[in-house]
Design a binder for this molecule. Structure first.
Ligand code: NAD
Length: 500
């Protein structure tokens, strides 16, 4: 199948996807979805409520047992077919995402192409889920384990990379034999809804994948509270993650929480400084800083501070801000009006805290359309790690620079944060690299590179950055539970009133 031209021609209503059908919300109410570059509304998405969620869960419940019992080779075939359909449609999917979240087409097209590989990777694992035979101390017993799917997974995703972050959940969950009820962000639901055309075309049975659009506090809460949902796989802010974790605890649900960060990018005096400049820029200005792994704290060794900042400023000041669809644009708009206000508020906070604004620090006023949500790439220096701009996640193109003298100081500042998602270390000293990799409390450490992820490798946070892993073999294990089976090979009538 080839998708329609959603980016340029479509404008109208999107629908929920339940039992392989596109259906309007029960309330018949809709929310606007806007293009952050033009500031204009381009479509409506359902404002679903608990009734819609109940319908989606009912459909997932009807599909749950037969999907879990489906031969894993058949599950894999459907995932491979889905990947082939993504290959044919990644361009359209990327265009829809740019229209919704304003991220660069160059980045989104890379992501939508790459997600096909996640479906292939987990398709490959689907028939390789093996328990083990345990050599136990109970000599007349045969004991083995089975890995079984959890059941219905509620998947709640944010606006910054809608299809990629959905894929990190959906591909391993389906491969493991689970079914899904998905709620995309109210700001960027369209690509997930359009993607359901590919799910249907690939041949997934009705009810295996369902989408309910709407607000976090309404549709999202209904998913988290639904008694038939076994696990919540959530990506979003740590504040929402905390609320969801508390609510999930009431239902003793499993959770996987991929939350925010305040990741340090540490540049030592022995680093390749040009490579480090590129890494720092990619850490904070790519995607207008709207990535969970943004390297939003730059830690620079005092001996190279002036030289490094001159180089950084030289490259950062030439970044072209503008239309995210154009190939020569480096920095697009921020995705939503609330986020635009939040980023500008933090710039004011940085100034009032006494940080020195070396670059940017305001709304970007180019010759683009009126009403676009454009912020200048902003670099603060003379920060200390107690400032709010060094401690709180801004999620915008705002870098806070801190100077350090020694290796010990660098790692101690790096760890002095509530978060622990990622960290970058720039050095040519292998000992320092390994030392940092083990001392930094974060789920991912990059050495002489930044912002690398793959379906082959686990990704997830420490501390307030989350619980659980996405990617790699670890992710498929997140969607299974372990059953221990005991078979007595020599039944007997030993005292039945004591434990065996
Ligand atoms: P958000 O927490 O506001 O919303 C995320 C999703 O949760 C949305 O679909 C929203 O509708 C829903 N939601 C919000 N409150 C809810 C509630 N009480 N119950 C149920 N659902 C609820 O986050 P956002 O602003 O969309 O995304 C930005 C955040 O996501 C940043 O903090 C960023 O760091 C984080 N993020 C993390 C990762 C990661 O893998 N660790 C990746 C991308 C983004």
């Amino acid at each position: 199948m080839k998708l329609e031209k959603f980016r340029t021609e479509f404008s109208g209503d999107f629908h929920n996807f339940i039992n392989n059908e596109f259906v309007p919300p029960v309330s018949n109410e809709y929310l606007d979805t806007e293009d952050p570059y033009t500031g204009k509304k381009w479509a409506n998405i359902p404002k679903s409520n608990a009734s819609d969620v109940n319908k989606a869960v009912e459909s997932a419940k009807n599909a749950r047992e037969s999907w879990a019992a489906t031969n894993p080779v058949k599950r894999a075939k459907l995932l491979f077919r889905l990947a082939d359909l993504i290959d044919k449609n990644y361009d359209e999917l990327a265009s829809i995402e740019v229209r919704d979240n304003g991220k660069l087409y160059a980045e989104m097209v890379g992501q939508t192409q790459y997600i096909a590989e996640y479906y292939r990777y987990y398709a490959g694992l689907a028939d390789k889920i093996e328990g083990r035979v345990i050599s136990t101390d109970k000599l007349n017993m045969f004991n083995y384990t089975l890995f079984e799917p959890l059941g219905i997974i509620g998947m709640i995703t944010p606006w910054n990379s809608p299809l990629m972050l959905l894929t990190w959940k959906l591909a391993p969950a389906l491969a493991a034999g689970n079914v899904a009820v998905i709620k995309p962000s109210e700001f960027t639901s369209s690509s997930t809804v359009v993607f359901m055309n590919l799910i249907k075309d690939a041949g997934f049975p009705p009810g295996v994948v369902n989408v309910v659009c709407g607000l976090g506090i309404e549709a999202g809460t209904a998913i988290v509270n639904h008694p038939d949902i076994a696990k919540i796989a959530f990506t979003g802010s740590d504040q929402s993650g905390q609320i969801i974790y508390e609510a999930a605890a009431k239902g003793i649900k499993h959770v996987c929480l991929e939350l925010g960060g305040k990741s340090p990018n540490i540049v030592f005096e022995d680093a390749d400084l040009d490579a480090a400049v590129a890494g720092v820029i990619s850490g904070i200005f790519a995607a207008s800083g709207q990535t969970c792994i943004a390297g939003s704290r730059l830690l620079v060794q005092s001996s190279i501070y002036k030289k490094f900042m001159t180089k950084l400023l030289d490259v950062a000041s030439k970044a072209k801000v503008g239309n995210p669809m154009l190939p020569d644009t480096n920095v697009g708009p921020v995705a939503t009006k609330p986020q635009f206000k939040k980023v500008l508020d933090y710039i004011d906070i940085g100034k009032s805290e006494g940080a020195k604004c070396l670059l940017g620090g305001d709304v970007f006023k180019g010759d683009g359309p009126q009403g676009g949500l454009m912020v200048q790439p902003t670099i603060f220096t003379e920060c200390n790690n107690n400032m709010r701009i060094a401690r709180e996640e801004i999620f915008g193109p705002v870098l806070s620079t801190i100077i350090f003298d020694t290796e010990d100081q660098a790692f101690s500042i790096a760890n002095d944060t509530a978060f622990g998602l990622g960290a970058g270390i720039w050095t040519n000293d292998i000992g320092k690299a390994h030392n940092g990799a083990s001392r930094i409390n974060a789920g991912t450490v990059w050495v002489n590179t930044y912002r690398v992820v793959s379906y082959t490798s686990p990704f997830g946070g420490y501390k307030r950055s989350g619980i659980g892993k996405e990617g790699g073999i670890e992710a498929i294990m997140e969607y299974m539970q372990t059953k221990s089976v005991w078979i007595c090979t020599k039944p007997n009538t030993d005292n039945p009133f004591v434990m065996k």
